[in-house]
Design a protein around this ligand. Structure first.
Ligand SMILES: [Zn+2]
Length: 135
């Protein structure tokens, strides 16, 4: 229990800083790409399943309005949670959808971006006067 708490504190401290994960070895890059591809495909498959269930709700006119909304809300929450998990993961840049390049963690919005998008966003926020959004 005590060890678990130490690990939790360590993780939180580590994720408060800007981090860049660079992989230079081509073999490791290939492995990383394979893992990211698997995770993204699984996430998209789950998302399509949820969207399919949402669509199929419309095919049951026997559902009362209350039942429909209850089931729709459950599926909607699952859809949002799925999208948030993918956006928050290191697998995909939420701006351009890249899942091959090295990514940077922004501790302010707690999102991983590819280096190119991170720099573009950083310049954009600085130009708008917000220097703290992208450290
Ligand atoms: Zn990007």
């Amino acid at each position: 229990m005590r060890e678990l708490r130490k690990n939790e504190i360590y993780k939180r401290c580590m994720m408060k800083r800007k981090r860049v994960i660079r992989v230079k070895d081509p073999r490791l890059r290939k492995i990383r790409l394979g893992l990211r591809t698997l995770l993204v495909r699984e996430s998209i498959a789950r998302l399509l399943e949820i969207l399919g269930k949402k669509g199929s709700l419309l095919k049951f006119p026997d559902l009362s309005e209350e039942e429909f909304h209850k089931k729709y809300q459950i599926l909607y929450k699952q859809e949002i949670a799925n999208r948030k998990q993918l956006d928050a993961s290191i697998c995909v840049c939420p701006v351009c959808g890249d899942f091959e390049k090295d990514h940077i963690f922004n501790p302010v919005d707690r999102v991983w971006y590819c280096e190119k998008c991170y720099e573009i966003l950083k310049k954009s926020y600085i130009a708008d006067g917000d220097v703290g959004a992208f450290p």
